[in-house]
Design a protein around this ligand. Structure first.
Ligand SMILES: [Ca+2]
Length: 133
């Protein structure tokens, strides 16, 4: 366990330097506990399943890579910071702020909001960029 945690921290450090993220494509996650303390996580499927991508506080990604681009369906913020999920690349379009300790098993039940045109969009399978706020 101790070794695994060290490895995770090392991976996170490398990812932060590269302005990328720790992604584990193709690995099925059993539940929201797959998102470790200190990370904001997105899953491609409902109920914290499918592929998972993890962001440490301070990490951002202006354009999500496949299989995460336009695919996020569940999320967990296991950090003490706010994260924003955005409809378009480069933090554009509609967005939602995910507060510390918030989680949701199905983004189909949630909305992103664009304050510039007052339009809300369904949050499922549209997230294209992520940043810490
Ligand atoms: Ca999805």
């Amino acid at each position: 366990m101790r070794h695994a945690r060290k490895k995770m921290a090392a991976l996170a450090g490398i990812a932060a330097l590269a302005a990328a993220v720790a992604a584990v494509p193709g690995v099925a996650s059993a539940d929201e506990n797959a998102c470790p303390s200190g990370f904001f996580c997105l899953w491609t499927d409902a109920d914290y399943q499918g592929s998972i991508i993890m962001y440490a506080v301070g990490m951002e990604q202006a354009l999500l890579d496949p299989p995460f681009h336009d695919a996020a369906t569940s999320y967990r913020n296991n950090t003490n910071a706010d994260f924003q999920i955005w409809e378009h690349a480069g933090y554009q379009g509609a967005y939602a702020t995910v507060h510390p300790n918030a989680h949701g098993g199905n983004l189909s039940n949630e909305q992103l909001y664009n304050p510039q045109n007052g339009v809300s969009v369904n949050a499922n399978d549209v997230v294209s960029s992520v940043r810490t706020w």
